[in-house]
Design a protein around this ligand. Structure first.
Ligand code: 13P
Length: 272
């Protein structure tokens, strides 16, 4: 196992987050949550340990299903999250969903700056930073997504691009804000493509991300959770999560299939 350059990496509890994206319906959601709860909460013999000694698990679901999933997760250790949040508090912003509304439905996390929002819906670095700030102010944890395109990696600019995305957020929320955030490194070329970053490629970027925060606050950097996302499957999760600076995953396609997602959670528990 590669040694981390930073202190106490083992104090970080792994986190596995499902990002359902624009998928699901009432019937499928109900069946998926039932299967996850049966598998993950079955106790020592039946499933992985998702209590304080194991891994934390969260599901980021489409806005219309927050109420349904919040109800289905009642009494569960699985946390709820959204896939985006408005940078505005409230008011005349047709189509937007505020952090206060997310909190009202029991969300603990909100993804901000997912590459699909950046490339398809015009979320700029500046807007992502405003959203992260708003999420923290509302008492939720932002999962701040960063990642380079395939072309940027080919040009040798991957670290520069990711650092610039991080800096835009740092500048607005500061070290205290970053300490209240989770970062997800999602190389755009690995999302939904079946092509995962190698554990070495991912670890190098994760170490860079942690190092970037360590330049400002080493203790906060050692506690920061940095998730990897991009074609994570049960079969490759353990090799990624086994790296010292990879603290779990942000899972797209595989989070829609109970067995696949539970296999990834098991890998996180097994590498905790
Ligand atoms: P896939 O796991 O489907 O590649 O998606 C990753 C992702 O974008 C999670 O936010």
């Amino acid at each position: 196992m590669q040694e981390s350059r930073y202190e106490a990496p083992k104090s970080r509890r792994k986190l596995v987050v499902g990002n359902w994206k624009m998928n699901g319906d009432r019937a499928a959601n109900g069946a998926l949550i039932d299967a996850l709860r049966a598998g993950l909460e079955a106790g020592p013999e039946g499933g992985p340990d998702t209590d304080a000694n194991g891994a934390a698990v969260a599901l980021c679901v489409p806005f219309p299903y927050l109420a349904q999933v919040a109800g289905a997760l009642d009494g569960s250790s699985i946390a709820l999250g959204s896939q985006d949040a408005s940078e505005y508090a409230n008011g005349a912003y047709t189509g937007e969903v505020s952090v206060a509304m997310l909190k009202d439905f029991g969300c603990a996390y909100a993804i901000v700056g997912h590459s699909e929002r950046r490339t398809l819906f015009g979320d700029t670095d500046e807007r992502v930073a405003l959203k992260a700030e708003r999420v923290i102010a509302g008492g939720l944890v932002p999962i701040v997504c960063v990642g380079e395109t395939g072309m940027e990696r080919e040009q040798g600019r991957a670290e520069e691009i990711v650092a610039a995305q991080l800096d835009a957020v740092f500048e607005r929320i500061g070290v205290a804000g970053m300490a209240a955030s989770v970062v997800a490194y999602e190389p755009v070329w690995a999302i939904g493509t079946g092509r995962t970053a190698s554990p070495e490629e991912a670890e190098a970027m994760h170490a860079m991300i942690r190092g970037h925060l360590a330049e400002r606050d080493a203790a906060a950097a050692s506690r920061l959770l940095v998730l990897y996302g991009g074609s994570v499957k049960a079969s490759n999760a353990a090799s990624l999560f086994g790296r010292d600076d990879i603290d779990g995953g942000l899972i797209g396609g595989a989070s829609l299939v109970a067995e696949d997602f539970m296999g990834i959670v098991r890998a996180a528990v097994g590498t905790s």
